[in-house]
Structure formats: structure tokens, C-alpha cells
Design a protein. Sequence first.
Length: 368
Amino acid sequence: MDCLIIGGGIVGAACARELARAGATVDLLEADYLGSGATSAGMGHLVTLQGVPGELEFTRHGVEAWRREADELKRAAEYVQTGTLWIASGPSEVELLEQQSDAFAAAGVDAELLTRTGLVAAEPALAEAACAGLRVPGDAIIYAPKAAQWLGRQSCDGRLRVHQGVRVTRVGQDWAEADDGRRFAAAHVIIAAGLQAKALLPDLPLVAKRGHLMITDRYPGMLRHHVLEIGYAASTHAQSSVSVSFNVQPRPTGQILIGSSREIGVESASEDPAIVRQLARRAMQFLPGLAEVSVLRAWTGVRAASASGMPIIGRAKLPGPLGLVWVAAGHEGLGVSTALVTASIVRSRIVGESLPEGLEQLYGEGVS
């Protein structure tokens, strides 16, 4: 069995390693370098999230897969189990925390409701605007580009071959063609190229969602958990043109990542100063100490989102008589969290294995 994977971000690299470990000969084609694109632009938050139907089960499996990974990958990816701290700023949001706590308990996810006193003990720097919290200790953070690069370096006895600087412009059921005329052939073609998947499959229901992030200088000890407001989950699937929510992460370097925003349909990589200011204001509402820190830079990334809010993992029809190809795209902000479980789903569908309960209902048919 041989496979072509188009896209060397974290999802494509995870799929490549998983198929090679299953015995396939895999050629991984990346237009730039492994871990570039959306993988290099995100926060690297391994988060259990409850949003659209199926999302909790999917992300639970994804976070657990990272937790079970080899120590070598965790070290390379700078894996730290910070836990996630969801915060509420009023009675209606406390109700949302309680609902999320109940849903997590039903799914077997360890989570702890915190009063204001418990919240202050967990994160002393939080403002009084944060009145309650939900701590999910099993969540973690990684540096996603390094994770993708490590995954792509696993040769699996020579079965995994990486081709960087290969921009695929056309695909068929068993081939891919690059812009320089090179042609690659395999029994299975898997498109894991984020938003670029739409260039190869114009009918794929993907939409761009640009996001802004900032990073500070080093302030060790300022924050312990990845902290975000309970409204973040809703904002990820909001239909408004621009949404901004409080979302901050302590990096192992002592720096603080500050996010996050979403702009539907925007593919430009340029920063919008007005949105950067909104991010800063929102962050300082909950972490007033950020008013005194030095921000080193801001940048953007473009997420590929599906119409349903869940990634497309299955087979898709190519234009005309070209046949079917496999697709793993549309993860939006959850590609890092769910890369390993996405790879397991792709392998299972191609090899013909069964999926764990919960994932079978989501992706058991294998056809998009």
C-alpha cells in the first residue's frame, strides 16, 4: 500500500507517520516547510472543547492521544500539561461553566468547578471580573511546528519520505502533480493542506477564518494555566464577521501568548491594528498586569473551517471523471489538539479497521 499526503502541517505530518507505522509507503508533499502555514501561526493549545455536536468526543480523544504519546515527541514538541482554566464573569456564564462541567463529567473528562476563592488560588493575577472557573487539568500546550517536524522525521524504516518545496496544483485519484511538472503516484491520495485543499477541491465546503495573536517578553510565573473565557467556545463558531475573546497562554519560555480573534472570510496575512487593540483591551480586563508588559510582536494565521464546525475527514469527489480522494481538513483552531486522532481515523478508514466508540459515530462511514 502506498499513499500520497498533500500538506505537511501537523495534521498531514501526523497522518504520514500513522500510515507509515501501519506499513504503508508514504510520500509527504509540502509546499513550504514542515509545520508552516496555520500550524506555525496558532497557540498550540491541546484543549477539550464543547461546542458543536461531536466536538467534545473528538477533542477528548485528541487530547488523550497526545497524553499517551512517546516522551521523545513530547520533549521535541515542548509539551507541558498546564491544564485549561475556563473563567466566567457573571451569573449567566457561571451557568455555562456548570453545564460544561456536567458535560465533561458525562464524557469522563476530569474537571473541577472553582469559586472566586479557588480561582484566585489557581491564578492570583486574575481580575475580580473573573468570578468563577472550571479547571481541566489534563489539557496541555505544545509548540506545534516542532511537533510537525518531529512527526515528519520518523522514517519508519524508510517508508516515510518528505518532499518540501513541492506545491501541488492538480490531483487525481492516484496521482498528484506539482507546479514544476513533477508527478507523484500512489494508491491513495490524502489532502491535508488546510485552506489550500479548496484549491484542489473547489466544492469542498471550507471557509477562511483569520486570527490575530500577540506574544510578550518573558515574565516567568505570571500565569500557570492556559486561561480563556467560557464564551470562547461559542466564538469559534460565531457567524459575526469579527469576534474577539480572552485567551492567554503561558509559554515554557516565560512569555505570554495573547489571543484570540476570528474574521470570517479573510485570507490576508496582514495585521489589523484595530483588532490587535481589541485583543489587548480584552486581555487586560481579566489580567490587568498585562498593562505593564512589553509585547514583542503580533501576527496572523488563517484557519480553514468547515460549514458544520467539525473537520472533514473522509472521501471527496474530484471534478469530472478524476475519482475520489481522501480529505483531512477544516479543523479550524483544533488541528493541533486533534491531529493524532485525525491520523488514527484516516488510517482506520484506509486500512479498514474499526474506530473507538464515539469516533465511529462521527467518522465511521469515511465519506464526506
